[in-house]
Write a protein that binds this ligand. Structure first.
Ligand code: ARG
Length: 586
């Protein structure tokens, strides 16, 4: 199915060429969904944008366009408003035909892109041997969602976790492993070292208390960097331990598998970065360190800010590794778009490395590097998120707590409704609802802002929440159960017949999925999809409150069932792109 916008665009193109000549081919009609139903469904702003070029009044231009515009299959006769807006209202017969054409389409009319790209999404990129924190949680949720949407749009996706698996903290951990688990070094079997957090805390305690231990830790870093075999083995054990800890979180969250390509991966490639930058004349020695002086970044004295690429002791840093990654992603992965869902506090870091990447010629106009920043998750009262005991909150506890809250909600609901359910059913519902609520609360915010974390709000049955959306889906499944209807068997021969206002509103909304996904693909703002699904649920509820479905006579009966089914399938598909599964009952 060709999207409505795409169809209207080609009608406009023809009209513009006929009215003003072939030089207007390719002119963007600047079509947007109408801001107010009073103006119809779509509005074209092209007449205003052409006024200068055509040396005429926008209103006169609009009139000439409308004279040539043949949209009779799609819209009622266009009208001109204000200085020269062209307003378009979709015809009922068109909506009916479009719905018919997506009735059996698993993609619900969303065509894969005609320009598939190789895309890298860099997430959750946590740090080995440190607890994953809420910033990594957001990166995981947002990154997973962006990757799913772009993949659905037809792009090839590489999900890469740029884990921090190198550097000074490893000295402490390796030294502690040697001291506390001497056996670990001899066996090749997986070890039970207990919780990573405990391991980390104990190592830190030794480090803070004992100078001999600190010396051993410093030695371990040197040995690690020198490639000492026994030290590398200890490092691998620590990495593996972290990997297991992440996996628990990924599994709980339902994050699709990512490729782990940590900072250490780039170690052998770092000298080439230096060489390349030197060759391009970008490296300057500053107080013994190799630097690139940045454009547009100044220090307090107003002097250009240096980005250190190699420290005076020869060591490399976070920026160097990221530059190696940029180079690798362009040259080896042949990526055409690289997306970094990382916290807003790293905005300068990304602006700086992208600038160096461009000046070095690695990032050309054919590749897009984007940092998609996000804000903080705050506790009640806008303070830093903490556990009840006041400590920094381990992610696992946060997730388990969400499930516990969902469980309390379900128990209360069952009691109220006088329902009995099996333990397995309850466990499944709580798991899905708890995690869905948490993910949805995150994705439904404009990612650039901070938000306040509240279990009660995210689990509310009313409002823009996961439970509200999941309920709308369950409600539709209830209709099919109640009426003994198999949605998959609905006759494709029966016409779609829209007459109630709520049916028309719902139909138009259902047909906008492709436009919304195209927007998210461009702006990488998942909250637009959430808003779309929220409005879909509301429009469905308004339709269902107004129109009888099971009791209706034909042609309304089948037609309305198709509307129900399309709503459910749109919710299911939309939620799956957010990384949220649906439930048949809850
Ligand atoms: N490990 C980093 C952190 O926890 C995030 C890495 C993001 N990705 C990147 N290519 N720099 O802050």
């Amino acid at each position: 199915m060709k999207s409505t916008i795409a169809q209207l665009k080609s009608c406009f193109e023809q009209a513009l060429v006929t009215a003003f000549g072939p030089e207007l081919a390719g002119t963007d009609p600047i079509l947007t969904p109408a801001s107010n139903p009073k103006f119809g469904d779509y509005q074209a702003n092209v007449a205003m944008s052409l006024a200068k070029r055509l040396k005429d009044k926008p209103r006169a231009i609009a009139e000439q366009i409308v004279q040539q515009l043949d949209v009779s299959e799609i819209c009622q006769p266009p009208t001109i408003a204000g200085p020269g807006f062209i307003n378009l209202s979709l015809k009922t017969s068109y909506l009916e035909a479009q719905l018919k054409s997506i009735q059996t389409d698993p993609r619900l009319g969303v065509e894969p892109t005609s320009d598939p790209k190789r895309v890298i999404v860099d997430y959750p990129s946590a740090n080995i041997a440190k607890e994953m924190h809420v910033g990594h949680l957001r990166s995981a949720i947002i990154g997973d969602c962006i990757a799913r949407i772009l993949e659905f749009q037809g792009h090839t996706i590489l999900r890469i976790s740029h884990v921090g698996d190198w550097g000074t903290p490893f000295g402490m951990l390796i030294a502690y492993l040697r001291e506390a688990y001497p056996k670990a070094m001899q066996t090749t079997e997986t070890l039970e070292l207990g919780e990573l957090s405990t391991f980390y805390r104990q190592a830190k305690k030794r480090f803070d208390q004992d100078e001999t231990f600190r010396e051993a830790a410093r030695m371990a870093v040197v040995q690690l960097q020198a490639g000492d075999e026994e030290t590398l083995r200890a490092w691998k054990i620590v990495c593996e331990l972290s990997r297991q800890a992440y996996q628990v979180i990924y599994d709980l969250l339902g994050i699709l598998p990512v490729i782990e390509r940590g900072e250490s991966f780039y170690n052998p490639l770092l000298p080439d970065v230096i060489k390349d930058l030197k060759q391009k004349g970008l490296l300057v020695e500053d107080e013994g360190a190799q630097c690139v002086f940045l454009e547009g970044f100044t220090n307090k004295a107003g002097k250009p800010l240096p980005l250190i690429i190699q420290k005076s002791n020869g060591g490399y840093n976070y920026a160097t590794t990221d530059l190696a990654a940029i180079r690798y992603r362009v040259k080896e992965d042949q990526a055409q778009r690289v997306i970094y869902p990382v916290g807003a506090e790293q905005t300068n870091h990304f602006a700086q490395i992208f600038q160096v990447g461009r000046r070095a010629g690695w990032i050309t106009d054919d590749v897009e590097f984007v940092h998609t920043p996000f804000g903080l998750i705050l506790g009640e009262g806008g303070k830093k998120l903490k556990s009840r005991s006041g400590e920094a909150l381990p992610l696992r506890e946060l997730l388990e707590e969400a499930i516990a809250y969902a469980s309390a909600d379900l128990e209360a609901r069952l009691k109220q409704e006088g329902r009995q359910e099996m333990a397995a059913f309850k466990a499944k519902v709580n798991q899905v609802v708890g995690i869905a609520a948490l993910k949805y609360a995150d994705l439904s915010q404009n990612r650039t802002s901070n938000y306040i974390f509240s279990y009660d709000k995210m689990l509310a049955l009313q409002g823009n929440t996961a439970p509200y959306m999941l309920y709308a889906y369950v409600r539709v499944q209830g209709i099919s159960r109640k009426g003994g209807i198999d949605f998959d068997q609905l006759s494709a021969a029966n016409p779609i017949h829209l007459d109630d206002e709520t049916e028309l509103t719902l139909a138009k909304h259902l047909l906008q999925l492709d436009e919304i996904l195209a927007e998210v693909e461009k702006d990488l703002l998942p909250n637009r999809l959430c808003q779309y699904l929220f409005e879909l649920s509301q429009k469905f509820n308004q339709f269902y409150d107004r129109c009888t479905v099971l009791q209706a006579a034909e042609p309304q009966h089948t037609s309305r069932l198709v509307l129900c089914d399309l709503t459910a399938r749109t919710l299911k598909l939309g939620l799956s792109l957010l990384g949220i599964p649906v439930l048949e009952r809850m």
